[in-house]
Design a protein around this ligand. Structure first.
Ligand code: ADP
Length: 304
């Protein structure tokens, strides 16, 4: 598999405190990788190391296959855009002037593309309005536009929807999906709110106490979290025969219990079981939700 970013035992210590404690992470090319963890789990620290804002205490990472200790990492970082903590925008400038400033910083030959960039993030009609008067969501989108100025193919966003209202969250989500699908930009996005990532991530990394607890693709996660009905019967053998004949997927848990992964027509099932002299004692819908998967993984409640 091609990884845009791979970290190996990446660590960051502050005195005896390990903000990152041997983090192993793999961001596949083309992914929207959701980095999920409670506040204080180490997400921002990780992102700061990747962006070169801080040096690791131990371990290493590669960006586009370039080692972090290699001088060429500076060049690799040019292919990456990031919004870490607060967006780096000038509040006394308009959206257009902010982008012009970034184009100058990057030494880009002309301002061509600024109009398109403003349109992409939905700020084309902000005219002479200074960024100071923007909503939080608009500021965040301007921050993303600034990060996109160098035409990166990897975008890193630290808690981009933190503090946004529902409409602002939807706009950021749609923008990220558009960048990923239409511009093939890989995205690393951190959040302490799992639900928000669940609508866009293709891969997840669950972090806790500075360590990677589990990396899983959205597809794998869906399979783990899908809804099921737990059936209690007098005997699972006839139940298995009936479910096989109905083409329904199931998992036997005990001589009297099975989980069924489909919408079952209970009266049809009861009729079929009666013919097999099998009694249906109970049926309970279970929702192994994303949330409970996460809590099982890292333990304890989320800190919102
Ligand atoms: P997250 O982004 O997941 O909320 P952070 O990476 O910001 O977590 O922080 C991880 C841990 O490292 C926290 O306990 C935080 O207090 C600690 N930390 C972060 N920066 C410093 C620092 N400069 N000095 C000491 N501790 C720090």
């Amino acid at each position: 598999m091609d990884y845009i970013l791979e970290t190996r035992s990446l660590s960051k210590h502050y005195g005896h405190f390990k903000a990152l404690d041997g983090m192993d992470m793999h961001v596949p090319k083309g992914a929207i990788y959701g980095l999920v963890g409670k506040n204080g789990a180490g997400k921002t620290t990780l992102i700061r190391l990747i962006c070169g804002l801080q040096e690791p205490s131990a371990g290493s990472f590669t960006l586009y296959g370039t080692e972090n200790r290699d001088k060429a990492i500076v060049k690799a970082r040019r292919r990456m855009g990031a919004v870490v903590e607060t967006p780096s925008i000038y509040l006394d400038m308009t959206a257009e002037d902010n982008l012009k400033m970034q184009y100058r910083v990057l030494g880009l030959p002309s301002f061509e593309g600024i109009g398109e960039l403003l349109q992409l993030v939905g700020l084309e009609n902000t005219g002479r309005k200074k960024a100071r008067h923007f909503s939080l969501g608009m500021k965040q989108r301007l921050g993303i536009a600034v990060a996109l100025a160098g035409d990166p193919d990897f975008l890193v966003l630290d808690e981009p929807v933190n503090g946004l209202d529902p409409q602002g969250i939807i706009e950021i989500r749609e923008l990220i999906l558009k960048l990923n699908r239409e511009r093939q930009i890989s995205v690393l996005i951190s959040s302490h709110i799992l639900d928000e990532l669940s609508r866009l991530a293709t891969h997840y990394g669950f972090v806790d106490s500075g360590r990677m607890v589990k990396e899983i693709s959205a597809e794998e996660l869906d399979a783990v979290c899908r809804k099921c009905v737990r059936l209690v019967v007098s005997d699972v053998k006839p139940l298995a025969r009936v479910l096989d004949s109905m083409g329904i997927e199931y998992n036997i848990l005990s001589p009297t219990q099975a989980d069924v992964f489909a919408n079952v027509n209970l009266s049809g099932l009861v009729n079929a079981l009666t013919k097999e002299s099998c009694e249906l004692i109970a049926a309970q819908e279970r929702d192994e939700s994303l949330e409970s998967y996460y809590v099982n993984l890292v333990g304890g409640a989320r800190h919102d």
